[in-house]
Design a protein around this ligand. Structure first.
Ligand code: NAD
Length: 453
């Protein structure tokens, strides 16, 4: 049987990475996006986002004609066997996912299959509330006169990639979830993934479309809760002399029922997915007459967590009015230039409100941050220029390159060596000895007080 041809509708983070990975494995991928500027940039070979290994895979795909950038859903549908919807599902006014971009893409796809005899499979990769694939998506596709499970295949196939390691996650996922409308679709998708992954296939879980959609939401809600839990423990630990949340969280991670991942205290979670999907699940549950108190608390804890950075900075420098503060890191996490819902923006907005003047730096995300923060803050290309002559430095994103800044650098470059380590990147004990240094979750005025200050 010949190799499936892949179609991608929506070339954002998920779409572009999916397209590039399929092309890298030798598949023909036809893709489109409604954003003409984005398409033009990609046609010129300019990447629209940063992700390790992505540019290499994408340009290789373009050079070998494996990736074809088209302008319409019709072209994608007519030249593909399995078509992924990877359009954005931003928060709507009621916090439920705004399905309008998806509906518009599905309507075009429905139009495209109206006069087509060939069987194709549609896979919804966008994160959507349970019931969407077998509801609005199926209904719109069937407006073509074709019938799901007979004339075309349909499934929910959620994506679990992490920005910063997205290519690796797509090539070696922990699991693949196929929420199939019918067995034929499930067989086809399973066979596609078995071929894609060769002799090392990840666990493939076949289930209903609604289960698949809820699995995606449940995963993100669990991860968000684990982060808010870690921050809660850190906030308790920071008030107890002799307690260090890093030690406590690492220790409980040895318990196999808990697991080691996502147990790091910080300034809260950001990014395009966790908060958006959590708000969506809360809103969805409320519509089903259930108020999910645990998830409400997870979200509330995250919203107040950036305040920890402000409180710690004030505890070091007093009033923030007129103080010069360096912000190290703008991306919502290392390895990406994505600043959607980034903690850096929340911290900077709160510092500005208190009258501080800010200089920020980031290896990848400065351009995107400038679009939001403009000239309200200053920017520096290097971390050392950023911290120069500042009253305080706040580490917001734990980029690798910031780990090489030493206590001596902070001491010699800054006006006063006050450092708030929002991600526990540095060796706290060592830093506390050498600079007036405070780590999140380790705040204890007695510990943080440097004898020479
Ligand atoms: P994104 O905002 O980066 O990209 C979405 C793209 O869809 C944009 O390029 C937009 O122009 C395009 N688009 C919108 N309407 C369209 C239409 N009608 N036809 C064609 N293209 C259209 O979003 P993303 O981060 O790639 O996320 C896509 C989906 O995947 C979302 O539902 C998201 O929740 C989910 N998801 C994202 C991640 C992640 O790490 N970013 C991980 C897993 C799942």
């Amino acid at each position: 049987m010949r190799q499936d041809r892949i179609g991608i509708i929506g070339l954002g983070y998920v779409g572009l990475i999916t397209a590039s990975c399929f092309a890298h494995r030798g598949y023909h991928v036809s893709c489109m996006d409604v954003d003409k500027e984005k398409l033009d940039s990609l046609r010129r070979g300019e990447m629209t986002m940063y992700e390790p290994r992505l540019e290499g895979y994408f340009s290789e795909g373009i050079a070998s004609n494996k990736i074809e950038l088209t302008g319409t859903v019709h072209e994608v549908v007519s030249s593909s066997d399995v078509i992924y919807f990877t359009v954005g599902t931003p928060s709507g006014p009621d916090d439920l996912a705004d399905l309008n971009p998806l509906k518009s893409a599905v309507e075009s796809a429905s139009d495209a299959i109206r006069n087509q005899k060939r069987y194709v499979v549609f896979a919804v990769k966008s994160t959507v509330p349970p019931g969407t694939t077998d509801g609005v998506v199926r209904n719109l596709l069937e407006e073509s006169g074709k019938v799901a499970g007979k004339d075309f295949g349909l499934c929910s196939n959620p994506e679990f990639l992490r920005e910063g390691s997205a290519v690796e996650d797509l090539m070696l996922p922990d699991m693949i979830i196929i929420g199939e409308f019918d067995v034929r679709t499930g067989d086809r998708m399973e066979s596609l993934y078995r071929k894609f992954h060769g002799d090392r296939p990840p666990p493939i879980i076949r289930t209903t479309p609604s289960n698949a959609e809820l699995i995606k939401h449940a995963t993100n809600a669990f991860l968000a809760t684990k982060i808010s839990f870690s921050n809660t423990i850190a906030n308790v630990a920071s008030r107890v002399p002799g307690c260090d949340s890093k030690v406590v969280l690492e220790a409980i991670g040895h318990d196999r029922r808990i697991g080691k991942e996502f147990l790091r205290a910080g300034l809260g979670f950001g990014g395009s997915c966790l908060a958006k999907d959590l708000r969506c699940l809360i809103s969805f549950a409320r519509r089903k007459n259930y108020d999910p108190t645990l998830l409400n608390a997870t979200l509330a804890a995250n919203e107040s967590q950036p305040d920890v950075a402000i409180e710690l900075t004030e505890s070091l420098v007093g009033s923030l009015h007129g103080k010069k503060v360096a912000v190290l890191g703008l991306a919502f996490k290392p390895g990406t230039d994505d600043i959607r819902e980034a903690v850096s923006i929340k911290v900077i907005e709160r510092l500005l409100k208190k009258g501080a003047s800010i200089t920020a730096t980031d290896p990848m995300a400065m351009q995107k941050a400038k679009r939001i923060l403009g000239d309200r803050i200053d920017y520096e290309e290097s971390a050392s220029d950023c911290i120069k002559a500042k009253d305080c430095a706040i580490l917001v994103t734990e980029w690798n390159q910031y780990s090489s800044i030493t206590a001596e650098d902070f001491r010699s470059l800054m006006k006063s060596p006050n450092v708030v380590d929002g991600r526990r990147l540095y060796d706290s004990a060592e830093m506390i000895k050498k600079v007036g240094f405070v780590a999140v979750g380790l705040y204890n005025p007695k510990l943080a007080e440097h004898p020479e200050r």
